[in-house]
Design a binder for this molecule. Sequence first.
Ligand code: SAH
Length: 388
Amino acid sequence: MSDIAVVTVKGMRRWESGHPWIYRSDVSERPNMPPGVVQVRDNRKRPLGWALWSPRSEISLRLLDSDPGATINEAWWQGRIQDAFARRVGLDSVTNAYRLVHGEGDALPSLVVDRYDRWAVVQMMSAGLEAFRDAIVEAIVHVTRVDGILARNDVPLRSKEGLPRETVLLHGDVPHEIEVDEYGIRYIAAPWTGQKTGAFLDQRDSRHRAGEVARGTALDCFSYHGSFALHLARNADTVIALDSSAHALERAKQNATLNGFDNIEFVEANAFDFLREREREGVTYDTIVLDPPAFAKTRSSLPAALRGYKDINLRAMRLLSPNGILYTASCSFHLGKALFLEMLESAAADSGRQIMLREIRGQSIDHPEILTIPETGYIKGALLQAVD
Ligand code: SAH
């Protein structure tokens, strides 16, 4: 059995340029072993380091350690998770729920660990990583002392790795509902059934920021469990939490009650239609939030997605009262930062309004974005204000 992978010059260059993935076509000699860790060598057989090996995936190798002398054992996983934990020091003063490991952004490719209070939810998204499941669970428990670990391994990506899609308990117990405290706002995360690992942690700081600047009449358009709406309700007089899912709004209502807010109205509607109708009626809002789902799930759907993004942004701009605030975001990886801003410029131009760019925003700091690994960054946000 060979546990060595030999890569082409192109493959080696990828690592040199700071990206951990090597594709199948750049592996000239494939290891003859099941998923796990392999030593990687260049075309002259010089060792380059260690990588996760996924025989069935298009992404064959994911760099773990560029030190050929490293040993990938339990202590190694503990060390990397400890480093990630140390980078989040201070976050616990603003929240009890944060991303502890953001995959490639924390030099732990294909691993996501979200901490919810005394529990953790993990996603293991490669076959190579899955081979270290027990060591990773041990390491998380050792570093965080959590009471339970749930694997939300139900993501479609796992099929490409030849892995089953499942939600399984890996350690202790994990409740179905966990109360999150986010800058003093409380909401319920649903680790077993909610989107992602139970909540959208990646917009935490922008939710807080939107809450700080909110005033008057506010509208939160893709509200899900109401997380933006809750923050807006602190400073706005009235808030509409809008979502097309009645189920999501049920949760949003519970969350409003949990915080004692009685100034939030819940509206089940299609945001596109709602915005269009309000525009026709000449209604305005002092604060609007647009945090839609990813319209561009693939590169080929980008043109249609851009039309969708422009449509909602253009209409939201028109609905702003004088000096009204708009926080707008996109979580489509395929829509890059430059294109996002271009789309907003184009929407502003067509809106007939004078729109000021107050802040360019990104994902919360517990979702580290590495410049040489574009896949680690996906959220673009902008805080805008109508100045006419
Ligand atoms: N802002 C939320 C996350 C939003 S997720 C947070 O910070 O937690 C996207 C939400 O948009 C989902 O709840 C989904 O039900 C809703 N949605 C999708 N398409 C919609 C549409 N056309 N109109 C209104 N809501 C929509």
